[in-house]
Design a protein around this ligand. Structure first.
Ligand SMILES: NC(=O)c1ccc[n+]([C@@H]2O[C@H](COP(=O)([O-])OP(=O)(O)OC[C@H]3O[C@@H](n4cnc5c(N)ncnc54)[C@H](O)[C@@H]3O)[C@@H](O)[C@H]2O)c1
Length: 95
């Protein structure tokens, strides 16, 4: 969903800054957006709070402001509330 939102907004002329913890996805999205024309684009892979802060700071320094913020990161690791898997708890930083 985030990929399509980024592509649609870039096609409308919006300056898109996107990030994803999955490197392959963000790199292919960057290529697609660049192929659409002159859209300015900065791809980042975030993994820590510090990297998020750098991304926000760089965005504001580059474009002056953030008009629209879309957070639609998705994480699906099958499990139940009664028996959550350790990977889910770890990735949500609950363990
Ligand atoms: N697809 C649907 O029909 C649907 C319906 C209702 C709600 N949603 C919600 O919308 C969101 C997006 O859904 P989707 O179908 O595009 O999911 P998706 O799994 O296709 O994409 C989610 C993306 O988020 C990235 N991501 C995960 N954790 C991240 C993090 N900490 N930082 C940055 N990126 C991170 C993943 O690498 C992945 O590229 C999810 O939260 C999902 O629960 C989706």
């Amino acid at each position: 969903m985030g990929r399509q939102v980024a592509l649609d907004m870039a096609a409308e002329g919006t300056k898109v800054v996107a990030s994803d913890i999955a490197t392959e996805g963000i790199l292919s999205l960057q290529k697609e957006i660049e192929a659409q024309g002159d859209t300015v684009w900065r791809g980042n892979v975030m993994a820590s709070r510090e990297q998020i802060d750098v991304l926000i700071k760089t965005t504001v320094e580059t474009y002056g402001r953030i008009d629209i913020l879309i957070n639609n990161a998705g994480l699906l690791i099958p499990g139940t509330i009664e028996k959550p898997r350790m990977t889910l708890l770890t990735r949500l930083k609950l363990m």
